[in-house]
Design a protein around this ligand. Structure first.
Ligand code: NIG
Ligand code: FE
Length: 401
C-alpha cells in the first residue's frame, strides 16, 4: 500500500464481510471491492459502486492504488482464539501410541513442561516465530497464545513475555496441570498460581485460564485461580468438559468468561445456560481428530442459540495443527456445521471469544485483515479439505504473504 494513501481491492468474486447489517450470516457481497486506508476498511461493497465511492470518499488527495485480486473469494483473516504456541519438544511418539490405541490424558502435559523448562529463551522465540509464519501463511491474522508449559513463577512469566512479543492476546495458564513437584500438595500449587505466579504473569497477560477437568484442576480450585486473575483485571476463559461432563461450563458462566473451550461433553443444562449467557463456546476439532474422541455437537449448540467459535488449540499434545481451514473442514464434515457457520465461527466467532469487534469482519471501521482464496467461493474451504487455498494474506492493510 502506498504510504498515506488508499488501496482499492478489486476482482473479488465474493466478499465475506460478516457484517450484521447485511443479509445472511456471512453478509456476502458478490463482485465486490474493498477500500482500505491506514490499515482500516474504509468501505466494502459492490464493485459497481466503487467509482462513486472513490469520488465521494475523502482520500486526502492521495493517489488510490488498485490491486486486482483476479476473481478470488475474500474472507476476514481467521481469528484463532485458543493456542498454546510456546513450548519445547514435541510428542509425536505419544500421538503414534494413541493411534495404536492408547488413550489421551492430561498427564502428557508434564513431558512438554520438562522440555519447555529445558529450552532457552532463544530456542523458544525462534520456534514461536516459525509458528507465527505458519499461522500467517494459512490466513490467521489474530491469534491468542497461552502459557502453561512452564509452571514455575519464572517459566510462566518468560513464556508470557515471549508470547506478548507476537500477540496482544496472551493468556496466563499456570493452572494447566499440577506440576510433578507439587503432586503431593496440589493446594500449595493453587496458592502459588493465584499469588506469586499471578503477580509475575499479570503484567504480560490479557486473560487468565484454567484446565478444569479430572486430572487437572477442580471447579473450586479453578474458581479461586480465575477470581484472583479477574481481581487483577484479567479477562476470564476456561478449558472445560473436554474429557467428561462437569461443572466447568457453569463456572465459566458464573464468572462471565469470554469463552469456555472444548465443550465436548455438555449436559442440556450447560447448553441452556450457555444460550442465555455472554460466554462463547469455543470448539476445537483438532483435539477430537488427534485424540480419536467423539466430536462436540456444534449443531446442538447453534440450534439452542449459543455463540460458537472454532479454534485450533495448536499444542504438542492434543492438537498439533495450526490450520483453521482444517478445523473448518472437520467441523463441517463431522460436527454438523454448515460451511457458512464454520467460517463465521473461525472469524467472527473467534473475535467474539476474545471480546473483539475490530477483527473477524470486513465492515467499515474494522481492521483490514483479510485473505484472498484461490477459489471463487468460501465454500471451497470445506469442499477442498487439505488443499492450500490461501493465495494472499493482508494484516492492517499490509500484505503478509
Ligand atoms: O487444550 N486441555 C488442556 N490443554 C491442552 C492440551 C495440552 C497438552 O496435551 O499438552 C488442550 O487440549
Ligand atoms: Fe487448550
Amino acid at each position: 500500500m502506498s504510504a498515506g494513501g488508499s488501496t482499492l481491492f478489486t476482482g473479488i468474486a465474493e466478499l465475506v464481510t460478516n457484517d450484521p447489517a447485511r443479509s445472511g450470516l456471512l453478509g456476502i457481497v458478490p463482485d465486490a471491492a474493498l477500500l482500505v486506508r491506514d490499515g482500516v476498511v474504509v468501505w466494502a461493497g459492490s464493485a459497481a459502486e466503487a467509482p462513486g465511492v472513490l469520488d465521494r470518499n475523502a482520500t486526502g488527495g492521495d493517489a488510490v492504488e488498485t490491486v486486482d485480486l483476479g476473481g478470488a473469494a475474500v474472507i476476514p483473516g481467521f481469528v484463532d482464539s485458543h493456542t498454546h504456541l510456546v513450548f519445547g519438544g514435541d510428542r509425536a511418539a505419544e500421538f503414534e501410541a494413541r493411534m495404536s490405541g492408547a488413550a489421551y490424558s492430561a498427564g502428557g502435559i508434564r513431558s512438554t513442561v520438562a522440555a519447555t523448562r529445558a529450552a532457552s529463551d532463544g530456542e523458544l522465540a525462534a520456534r514461536l516465530d516459525g509458528f507465527v509464519a505458519e499461522l500467517h501463511a494459512q490466513g490467521t491474522t489474530t491469534f491468542e497464545i497461552k502459557s502453561g508449559y512452564g509452571l514455575t513463577v519464572a517459566d510462566e512469566a518468560r513464556l508470557l513475555e515471549l508470547a506478548s512479543r507476537v500477540t496482544d492476546e496472551t493468556t496466563f495458564l499456570g493452572a494447566h496441570v499440577v506440576p510433578a513437584e507439587f503432586a503431593d500438595d496440589p493446594e500449595s500449587y493453587v496458592e502459588l498460581v493465584s499469588g506469586p505466579m499471578l503477580d509475575a504473569c499479570a503484567p504480560h497477560a490479557r486473560w487468565i485460564d484454567a484446565f478444569c477437568e479430572t486430572g487437572a484442576f477442580t471447579v473450586e480450585q479453578s474458581r479461586r485461580i480465575l477470581r484472583a486473575g479477574a481481581e487483577r483485571g484479567l479477562g476470564v476463559r476456561l478449558h472445560a468438559s473436554q474429557l467428561a461432563p462437569g461443572d466447568g461450563v457453569a463456572l465459566a458462566i458464573e464468572l462471565d468468561a469470554a469463552s469456555v473451550d472444548h465443550c465436548t461433553y455438555l449436559t442440556d443444562t450447560d447448553v441452556a445456560a450457555l444460550a442465555s449467557s455472554r460466554t462463547v463456546a469455543t470448539l476445537l476439532p483438532g483435539v477430537e481428530f488427534s485424540t480419536r474422541q467423539p466430536y462436540p455437537d456444534a449443531r446442538r449448540l447453534i440450534d439452542a442459540g449459543v455463540t460458537v467459535a472454532l479454534a485450533s488449540d495448536c499444542n504438542p499434545g492434543s492438537s498439533f495443527t495450526s490450520s483453521m481451514a482444517f478445523c473448518i473442514a472437520v467441523a463441517v464434515r463431522d460436527m454438523r456445521m454448515t460451511p457458512a457457520e464454520a467460517l463465521w465461527a473461525a472469524t467472527a466467532g473467534g473475535a467474539a471469544a476474545l471480546r473483539r469487534t475490530d477483527v473477524g469482519n470486513l465492515a467499515a471501521g474494522s481492521r483490514a485483515d483479510f485473505v484472498a482464496l484461490r477459489a471463487p467461493s468460501f465454500v471451497h474451504l470445506a469442499y477442498r479439505p487439505g488443499v492450500p487455498l490461501v493465495d494472499g494474506v493482508w494484516k492492517d492493510g499490509a500484505r503478509l504473504s
